[in-house]
Design a protein around this ligand. Sequence first.
Ligand code: NDP
Length: 296
Amino acid sequence: MAASIIDGKAFAASVREKVAAHVARLKDEHGITPGLAVVLVGEDPASQVYVRNKGKQTVECGMQSFEHKLPADTPEADLLALVERLNADPAVHGILVQLPLPDHMNEDAVINAIDPAKDVDGFHISNVGLLGTGQKSMVPCTPLGCLMMLRDQLGSLSGLDAVVIGRSNIVGKPMAQLLLGESCTVTIAHSRTKDLPAVVRRADIVVAAVGRPQMVPGDWIKPGATVIDVGINRIPAPEKGEGKTRLVGDVDFDSCADVAGAITPVPGGVGPMTIACLLANTVTACARANGLPEPE
Ligand code: NDP
């Protein structure tokens, strides 16, 4: 194996430590406790796990966690009314509505009802516009975590060729904006991209956010490139026993690790960083709301 493995779990722990230290300062010096409200509609099992983990880590960092669980058949108007109440609640500095929402709801309308200053997911159209124009915004957590790992690994990213595979609003597009902000030469690839292997082979930085297990093989990777694997896919693992499964990324880890300079594993790479960045965004939102210095 040529690549060094980027330890997202350890990195996330260090981010959480900094968040906890900032929270302690806000409490001691200003009597303010940052608060994060998480709203879950329905009983999607994966979403339930995410929401539980978010609540637990919020409390562990010394912040207040407000969980709102609504039944799957909640009318959209009731969810919008809850968002309005949270917007007006001074104890709530961050609001996250767990996606996906049930089919009868308009996700855009719900996200855009959140006060942009409390939009710790960074999905509100105002924050998308601010990020796209290089202004201070709330940055989506998963791409922010990827960028932090890239900066830590590579230092300056200026002039590097970056290929982002995937163009979703929550990962691919904001990731590309962030890399552009770092002066990378950015290509966004997607399902209609012609000759994806040739596009990826140009990249000094590859960010894979596709949702297809082990799609990117090692022979697409330029030797020494840094590979960030956002994908979380569950596949059968008969070697662990009948009916067992395991998590893999969008990248074929073993063959890519033979060629890359550095690579994130799945699990233990991007995933832990996402929640750590959510906590960091909540502290940032709290500091901004109170006119206090933001965490670095
Ligand atoms: P989406 O399904 O919204 O987007 C997937 C993107 O991949 C689309 O732009 C699609 O292209 C593109 N794509 C699909 N097939 C191909 C292909 N064969 N070649 C090239 N591009 C392709 O997914 P998300 O962005 O929401 O998530 C991507 C992955 O990241 C998932 O595995 C998800 O579970 C994971 N994830 C992980 C997080 C974490 O914390 N680690 C957080 C969020 C997501 P097109 O637009 O043309 O359809």
